[in-house]
Design a protein around this ligand. Sequence first.
Ligand code: UGA
Length: 435
Amino acid sequence: MNITMIGTGYVGLVTGACLAELGHRVTCMDKDEGKINRLLAGEIPIYEPGLDALVAKNVNDGRLSFSTDLASCIPDARAVFIAVGTPSSRRGDGYADLTYIYAAAKDLAPHLQNYTVVIDKSTVPVGTARQVARVIRQENPQADFEVVSNPEFLREGAAINDFMRPDRIVIGTDSEQAGQVMKEVYNPLYRISVPFVITGLETAELIKYASNAFLSVKISFINEMANICEEVGADVIDLAKAVGLDGRIGKKFLHAGPGYGGSCFPKDTLALLRIAQEHGVASRSVEAAVEINAAQKARMVKKIRDALGGSVDGKTIAALGLTFKPETDDLRDAPALTILPPLFEKGAIIQAHDPQGMKEASKIFPDFTYVKNAYEACNNADAVVLFTEWNQYRALDLQDIKARMKTPIFIDLRNVYSPEQMRQAGFTYVGVGRG
Ligand code: UGA
């Protein structure tokens, strides 16, 4: 099938490459000429494991191409995905900014020729798909098209596997014909028994927010338990393991830490709260998750300050990991970005390392020192803070680190190390919820 992907950001590029891998002929389109030129030159604008090889393979096989010209890639496409960004609105009120979605709908409308399914892939508030249909209809009253909602559930760092082996595929549509086209799009996955949930437009749109919100609630819940563990002398790792072994609860997303970050949970929880508010209903569990998450980050600042004897003035902190999670170069809403500035403002000297995030971080924090590995970050440090659980930080040579530090204080915000192991290695160890 001929497919056009509008938007070659994270979701658009991964989805486009994966659909090509499933055998479709995909054109990834973007207005950003620089980005398309880089892709045409074989450069991948984001760090996502395996994406470079997947793109190269499908370009070579002739199934994947890139373009800035909408007029040439809409008429022959049976399915047109809209995968443009939906950032939080600049007003800071939690609303998703839909400018790019409606602009894409308006731009594609005049080029529709044969029956086409237009698919909302971006995370959008309830009612957006119907509004996209109205925009297209207004621009091109003769167009033969239908709009479908098909939310994505890709995790950064694991996106290709998440696409190829999804837990489910959600298709929101009122039309049997559009549903049929979507089944053809995902046919190879249908054949390996991936569950399909075919539902109405509004439900599909809400499923995405509900999924991300539930995971946010789960993380905030375990972080709250971690805080209780710290006060009563209990251990959150054992607690999460035992609680998660209950099949009704499940063990995933029960890792206590510095609070969730990234481009999705913080934005989508706020957007869901706005949707609820607009319709006069409450979503108190999500509201609490958002508050707990902010408080958790503040608590981490205090944890670091306390470990350093109450003041960070003139103290050197080795910051390991800056991205919001491993295997990405994405710094959006990363816990380190909230936790480090108040320490820096109080006089801390920050020596930072991250395998992928330093280029971007140095633009945000030009006054931090960036070093080429974890060990250099520890030179003359008063404390190490592990923010992101990159694999290369999981088996550090503890004696080497200790020898480089002024005082052997290890603050492990991801609970990578065991308190016992750290004590034996001669460190003062502080984890999250390891009372
Ligand atoms: C999330 C969802 O997991 C995807 O299903 C969804 O498609 C995506 O948002 C999106 O809406 O596009 P992502 O933001 O890439 O994916 O990353 P996650 O792996 O979900 O992690 C989010 C944050 O939660 C990270 O800061 C991570 O460190 C934190 N986290 C996760 C915890 O603190 N504890 C956990 O147990 C799990």
